[in-house]
Design a protein around this ligand. Sequence first.
Ligand code: M6R
Length: 609
Amino acid sequence: MCGIVGAIAQRDVSQILVEGLKRLEYRGYDSAGVAIYKDNAIHRIRRLGKVAELDEALQQNPLPGGLGIAHTRWATHGEPSERNAHPHMSQDNIALVHNGIIENHDELRDELKAKGYVFTSDTDTEVMAHLLHEELKTNSNLHHALFAATKKLDGAYGTVAIDTNQPDKMVVARSGSPLVIGKGIGEYFIASDQLALLPVTREFIYLEENEVAEVRRDGVTIWDEHGNTVTREFEVSDIQHDAVDKGQYRHFMLKEIHEQPSVVSDALEGRIVNHKIFVETLGQNANKVFEKVEALQLIACGTSYNAALVAKYWVEEFLKIPCLVEIASEYRYRHTAVLPNSLFITISQSGETADTLAALKKAKTEGYLASLTVCNSPASSMVRESDFTLITRAGTEIGVASTKAFTAQLVSLMLLMVSIGKAKGMDEQTEKDIAIALEHLPYEIQAALEQAKEIDELSKEFAEKHHTLFLGRGSQYPIAMEAALKLKEISYIHAEAYAAGELKHGPLALIDSDMPVVVVAPKDNLLEKLKSNIEEVRSRSGQLFVFADESAKIQETDGITVFPVKSEYSITAPMVYTIPMQLLSYYVALIKGTDVDQPRNLAKSVTVE
Ligand code: M6R
């Protein structure tokens, strides 16, 4: 949520900052700004809208300088506007950018106002700039002042500040919002995601919770929360430079949808040998813990939550142990009762989602056997906070609407389910059946992708609608939920998902000839039940679009359009049926002309509550 870039170098850093912001734009995109030190003063340019607006302003008024900070915003306090855009300044000499939320900002604002500070924005961040300025009156060194200021903050922050009186450094602090420091030759950089810095460096250090650092041209010094110096080596990242390149595709989302066959292959690489499943990178003694597991508690948000719901069907069918699934924002504030010998599992693409991270921290005090995260970001907070980790290997996902990360989560959850199952005595035939289904999955997904043209055609039926219902049963019910989430997220069409059997308990009242109803209908033991649900809709003149296996023998007739999907293995069918759902929402959004990769009001990584 929000993107930060900072740089200190001998050369002009203004374009490095803007390029970095463009690479972070997926995190927030309602306004952007830079503050650059030049000729003994801080010069600031901010613009409402995307980074391109800021870039344009800098083309017209170049601001060359060797020290600067920049920010792309996703509004929390104060509407998107130029005056609320970061960097925020105090008395012309301090400039500061911030990710996160300061919860005690009202109280601090009153105190600072009483001391004569004048506020020019509605943000919580401006409080931090003035607070830092105030602390500098008693702590002349910038990092000491930042350290003292952070002690007065309640909430979450990743922040970078510069001071005209100490122009040989940037200072940074982190609590609940990630920051990474990059190393060049005689130059250093800071960002909220290493992606921002890939054009200038591959060497990174992640700041840990509650650390403060001073970043100079000749080096970096880090202090822990007690003020002790921390020694940490820079590590070379293997992330691909072109991860933020759309290639031949019009949108990142489309590129990421089409990457799914190789994403699934990557997730499986080295993990299936001779139809046997081995996941050996979870962490020390994982198997010993798995032997004792008698229940799972899965926690996630959004798309990751939908992946957790699919996993529940698998766990209870194959492991025959309870699998509880809950949305992180509910779990974190609820009185919870922990089942004996439960394993706590978080699922997250980013590994930084504030609610999921808070739920994980809460769970660590609640007597679970251990914590495990299924995560796409190896250097993330969730990975660092968990006892065990399963990396989903989807690669960098830029589109705000999650696609390939979801499929990789499902594959990883299946591998995890088998790993736990094997530790608890799963029979070889079950393992073999699952392994075979997984081995075929990249091909089945590829075949589903080849129907993109037909789905593009079908999408015309939805573009003028205001609502859509998605129906599924069993493990396809969460796939219907994910389809509804995708459609509303990028096309802004109101969409809901129902377990098909629930229709008659209320939602059937919504059905008329103007209501498209999408049904996910693989061949499984619930198909005949689903056919009855289809009839319930048809007899009320609903407009049905049924994604079904050919063998399902659902007849195309008035009011029913059947779209064939080939999925040989029922266990992996949720992944296969996901593909046409993703393509459908993408093509509907294309017709509607929305901003597919950066839909309104959203951000990729939700690091605030
Ligand atoms: O990074 P996470 O997986 O923890 O993110 C959770 C949700 O914010 C995320 O899945 C969101 O729902 C997606 N934008 C949906 O496409």
